[in-house]
Design a protein around this ligand. Structure first.
Ligand SMILES: [Zn+2]
Length: 105
């Protein structure tokens, strides 16, 4: 028999037929279109970092995505964390970035 599926957060075993969720996340460098060529020191540091880092490191800094199985309790916890972040942001009254692309239900 296959080992039980486990929650990616709390590691609880999820039995066949039990409710479970898949969490897909992506995190990537958000490019604003501005490269400051005036800051030579920063440019030099960036180039050095690129030379030193492995291709994989660099790739992970620019783009990462992953998929995890979650139990219902951990799903709730993640949704609560995300909505409290949004509440904090709206309480701070700043929405100037306007980069909102919500897809939560
Ligand atoms: Zn869990």
């Amino acid at each position: 028999m296959n080992p039980p599926v486990r929650c990616g957060m709390c590691a609880r075993a999820i039995q066949p037929g039990d409710l479970r969720f898949a969490l897909l996340w992506k995190i990537y460098a958000d490019y604003d279109g501005i490269i400051d060529l005036g800051d030579e020191l920063l440019l030099e540091k960036t180039l050095l970092a690129v030379e030193k880092g492995s291709a994989r490191d660099l790739e992970e800094k620019v783009y990462m995505e992953s998929r995890h199985i979650l139990c219902p309790a951990c799903r709730e916890e993640i949704l609560e964390t995300l909505s409290s972040l949004e509440e904090m942001r709206s309480e701070a009254g700043s929405d100037e970035e306007g980069g909102e692309e919500r897809n939560l239900h």
